[in-house]
Design a protein around this ligand. Structure first.
Ligand SMILES: [Zn+2]
Ligand SMILES: [Zn+2]
Length: 218
């Protein structure tokens, strides 16, 4: 007699087996040199050709910080978080930006020479292009806008109770936040879980941020 499959009652639940075989433990790796990196805490590069974020080990991130590395294709996302206590955006600035939700990231795309606003929504990241005149009106006098590195950093804006906060942040955390928001978002305003995640995110940003004067002092 030929070998027949084990009776169903002896088989392990197929759902679990399938889950195990489809998701083997896979450490996250540097996409340049393939060394394993800590999943929750590693650097990122921006691949300016593909307009994509690339995971990187500390050594590759350091290497790509050197001017001229990889002909400028990969740019290391800086680790700095800055705040400017002396500069406040008012309500009219927010109106001028025409951002429908309470949170937005503004950045400059060097290759396309565009100013972009990115904000979370139920559909994921939503982008809109900003007119250079709007950017100048709203952020022209801002130290943070002056210091902003194209492609790799963003200005993070949040409006709460008629007050508008602005931070300069690494661009990778913007995409992480937008991804998390898409998973948690419910209903029209995001719901309580999304708001709690957003609050935790801003507590972390505030903890990391240094005042701009302190940061640029030699
Ligand atoms: Zn590496
Ligand atoms: Zn990564």
């Amino acid at each position: 007699m030929s070998a027949s499959p084990a009776p169903a009652r002896h088989a392990r639940p197929s759902g679990l087996r399938r889950f195990l075989s489809e998701r083997p433990p896979r450490p996250e790796r540097c996409e340049l040199c393939a060394v394993a990196v800590a999943e929750a805490d590693h650097r990122h590069l921006v691949d300016t050709e593909k307009r994509a974020l690339v995971c990187a080990c500390a050594a590759c991130a350091l290497l790509m910080e050197q001017p001229g590395a990889a002909a400028g294709r990969f740019r290391t996302v800086p680790a700095r978080y800055l705040t400017d206590p002396g500069h406040r955006l008012d309500e009219s600035a927010w109106e001028a930006l025409q951002i429908p939700v309470g949170v937005a990231f503004l950045f400059r795309n060097a290759a396309l020479d565009r100013l972009v606003a990115l904000y979370p929504s139920p559909a994921g990241a939503t982008e809109s292009e900003l007119e250079p005149a709007t950017w100048t009106d709203v952020l022209g006098g801002s130290r943070l806008a002056e210091l902003l590195e194209p492609d790799v950093e963003a200005l993070l804006l949040r409006r709460t109770d008629g007050r508008c906060e602005c931070h300069l942040v690494p661009i990778d955390i913007c995409y992480e936040l937008v991804g998390r928001m898409r998973l948690l978002w419910q209903g029209f305003d995001g719901g309580s879980e999304a708001r709690a995640a957003l609050d935790a995110f801003f507590v972390d940003v505030a903890r990391r941020a240094r005042p701009v004067d302190e940061a640029v002092r030699p």
